[in-house]
Design a protein around this ligand. Structure first.
Ligand code: SF4
Ligand code: SF4
Length: 115
Protein backbone atom coordinates (compact mmCIF):
# COMPACT_ATOMS: atom_id res chain seq x y z
CA UNK A 1 0.00 0.00 0.00
CA UNK A 2 1.27 3.47 -0.89
CA UNK A 3 1.88 5.43 2.35
CA UNK A 4 2.24 8.87 0.81
CA UNK A 5 1.92 11.66 3.41
CA UNK A 6 -0.55 14.36 2.51
CA UNK A 7 0.23 17.88 3.76
CA UNK A 8 -2.91 19.87 4.41
CA UNK A 9 -1.07 23.10 5.12
CA UNK A 10 -1.41 22.95 8.89
CA UNK A 11 -0.11 20.89 11.78
CA UNK A 12 -1.75 19.63 14.93
CA UNK A 13 -0.29 21.41 17.93
CA UNK A 14 0.52 19.65 21.18
CA UNK A 15 -1.96 19.72 24.04
CA UNK A 16 -1.09 22.09 26.82
CA UNK A 17 -2.76 23.44 29.91
CA UNK A 18 -3.17 27.17 30.41
CA UNK A 19 -3.27 28.23 34.04
CA UNK A 20 -5.29 31.35 33.34
CA UNK A 21 -5.45 32.47 36.97
CA UNK A 22 -1.68 32.22 37.39
CA UNK A 23 -1.02 34.50 34.41
CA UNK A 24 -0.48 38.24 34.70
CA UNK A 25 -3.61 40.11 33.55
CA UNK A 26 -2.37 43.59 34.32
CA UNK A 27 -1.20 44.28 30.77
CA UNK A 28 -4.58 43.24 29.41
CA UNK A 29 -6.33 45.61 31.85
CA UNK A 30 -4.05 48.53 30.90
CA UNK A 31 -4.56 47.93 27.17
CA UNK A 32 -8.33 47.51 27.61
CA UNK A 33 -8.50 50.81 29.49
CA UNK A 34 -6.68 52.57 26.63
CA UNK A 35 -8.52 50.70 23.86
CA UNK A 36 -11.78 49.09 25.11
CA UNK A 37 -12.44 47.28 21.80
CA UNK A 38 -9.87 44.72 22.96
CA UNK A 39 -12.84 43.05 24.66
CA UNK A 40 -14.85 42.81 21.44
CA UNK A 41 -12.49 40.44 19.64
CA UNK A 42 -13.99 37.02 18.95
CA UNK A 43 -10.77 35.49 17.58
CA UNK A 44 -12.32 34.98 14.16
CA UNK A 45 -8.95 35.42 12.42
CA UNK A 46 -10.20 37.67 9.61
CA UNK A 47 -7.51 40.21 10.49
CA UNK A 48 -4.79 37.58 10.27
CA UNK A 49 -6.09 36.36 6.91
CA UNK A 50 -5.77 39.82 5.34
CA UNK A 51 -2.68 41.02 7.22
CA UNK A 52 0.18 42.49 5.17
CA UNK A 53 2.80 41.43 7.73
CA UNK A 54 1.47 37.85 7.74
CA UNK A 55 2.40 37.54 4.08
CA UNK A 56 6.06 37.74 5.00
CA UNK A 57 6.19 36.49 8.60
CA UNK A 58 4.19 34.26 10.96
CA UNK A 59 2.65 37.37 12.49
CA UNK A 60 -0.98 36.98 13.63
CA UNK A 61 -2.97 39.76 15.25
CA UNK A 62 -5.57 37.22 16.28
CA UNK A 63 -2.92 35.28 18.24
CA UNK A 64 -1.47 38.46 19.76
CA UNK A 65 -4.86 39.60 21.06
CA UNK A 66 -5.50 36.12 22.43
CA UNK A 67 -2.14 36.04 24.24
CA UNK A 68 -2.63 39.53 25.71
CA UNK A 69 -6.07 38.57 27.00
CA UNK A 70 -4.68 35.35 28.45
CA UNK A 71 -1.81 37.20 30.11
CA UNK A 72 0.84 35.31 28.15
CA UNK A 73 2.96 38.25 27.07
CA UNK A 74 6.48 36.85 27.16
CA UNK A 75 8.33 37.73 23.94
CA UNK A 76 5.28 39.49 22.56
CA UNK A 77 6.86 42.95 22.18
CA UNK A 78 9.15 41.65 19.42
CA UNK A 79 6.22 39.93 17.74
CA UNK A 80 4.07 43.08 17.78
CA UNK A 81 6.87 45.09 16.15
CA UNK A 82 6.31 43.13 12.91
CA UNK A 83 3.04 45.03 12.33
CA UNK A 84 3.32 47.72 9.65
CA UNK A 85 0.24 49.61 10.88
CA UNK A 86 -1.23 49.50 7.39
CA UNK A 87 -4.76 49.26 8.78
CA UNK A 88 -6.07 46.51 6.47
CA UNK A 89 -7.19 44.46 9.48
CA UNK A 90 -9.33 47.35 10.70
CA UNK A 91 -11.25 47.42 7.42
CA UNK A 92 -12.25 43.76 7.65
CA UNK A 93 -12.81 43.19 11.37
CA UNK A 94 -16.45 42.10 11.86
CA UNK A 95 -16.44 43.40 15.44
CA UNK A 96 -15.12 46.86 14.64
CA UNK A 97 -12.08 46.34 16.82
CA UNK A 98 -9.88 49.41 16.52
CA UNK A 99 -6.97 47.20 15.55
CA UNK A 100 -4.37 49.86 14.73
CA UNK A 101 -4.80 51.65 18.02
CA UNK A 102 -4.95 48.31 19.77
CA UNK A 103 -1.57 47.32 18.33
CA UNK A 104 -0.13 50.71 19.29
CA UNK A 105 -1.46 50.37 22.84
CA UNK A 106 -0.22 46.77 23.18
CA UNK A 107 3.20 47.79 21.92
CA UNK A 108 3.35 50.84 24.19
CA UNK A 109 2.25 48.85 27.24
CA UNK A 110 4.61 45.97 26.60
CA UNK A 111 7.62 48.24 26.21
CA UNK A 112 6.88 50.38 29.25
CA UNK A 113 5.35 47.81 31.59
CA UNK A 114 7.62 46.31 34.22
CA UNK A 115 5.82 43.46 36.03
S1 SF4 B 1 -10.85 40.37 12.76
FE1 SF4 B 1 -11.45 41.48 14.63
S2 SF4 B 1 -12.69 40.05 15.81
FE2 SF4 B 1 -11.60 38.86 14.26
S3 SF4 B 1 -9.70 38.14 15.30
FE3 SF4 B 1 -9.22 40.06 14.27
S4 SF4 B 1 -9.52 41.70 15.78
FE4 SF4 B 1 -10.58 39.84 16.52
S1 SF4 C 1 -2.16 46.98 10.65
FE1 SF4 C 1 -0.66 45.39 11.24
S2 SF4 C 1 -1.93 43.65 11.89
FE2 SF4 C 1 -3.24 45.01 10.68
S3 SF4 C 1 -3.15 44.24 8.56
FE3 SF4 C 1 -1.58 45.83 8.77
S4 SF4 C 1 0.31 44.75 9.31
FE4 SF4 C 1 -1.42 43.35 9.73
Amino acid sequence: MDKKVIHFGYAVTRDRQIDFDANNHEISAIVAAAEPTLKLCISCGTCAATCSAAQFTDFSLRRIILLVRRGETKGLAKEVSKCMLCGKCQLVCPRNVSTRNLIIQISKTLTTFRP
